[in-house]
Design a protein around this ligand. Sequence first.
Ligand SMILES: [Zn+2]
Ligand SMILES: [Zn+2]
Length: 251
Amino acid sequence: MFANYHSHTTRCNHATGTQREYVERAIEGGYRVFGFSDHTPYPFDNGYRSTFRMLPGELEGYVRETLDLKAEYKNDIDIRLGLEAEYYPRYFEAMLKMCADYPIEYFILGQHALNNEFDGVYPGHPTGDEEVLRKYCAQVTEALETGRFLYLAHPDMINYTGPDEIYEKHIRGLCATLKRLHIPAEINFLGMIDQRHYPNPRFWKIAGEEGVETVFGADAHAPERVYRPECEERAMAMVKEYGLKLIEKVL
Ligand SMILES: [Zn+2]
Ligand SMILES: [Zn+2]
């Protein structure tokens, strides 16, 4: 694998290891480009406190440590400074404004909640409700249309358990948007390792038919998960099976 843009740090409260360990594992694995994309802080203003992302006050330390490592390892690997963000309509502009004080190179979209996190559902819970599927596709589409995202992480996080025809009706539209905007969708290695409901063959079959560009993402929350050749093999098999267009270097 040439590049990975999806990795976390302990600031999100559910990752382990030092950032240096992630970098050293990336070099060992032969990456040329390695991006940190920890869960972005969000400036909620209603007293709600998210448990799976850094706090606004931690952003500066994240930026500094990443840039220090980038400079230190510049002859070995190209380290990139990114963030993984949900699109929360009410706070999105405020989040971008907060991040604009720093040289953030990219955002990847990981839609872990619908609406605004404190007033919406987690799309990864199994559901037969078409409305949740519709809402997921609509919110992700709106996010992609902002033009602020490098790619869509785990596009198949939506865990709709209903009939294929209904799934297809909504997902085909989302895939057409990805294709039209030239925004790649990610085959997520964390989902593979933890045997989650994604990568979902149902999604990737449609993505292949629609000509969606595809990227691999480790979504590493531990240094030993930065480089996993068995995941890469499985993802390559998916690329072949579904006729996906693999993009190795997106930035
Ligand atoms: Zn995470
Ligand atoms: Zn992630």
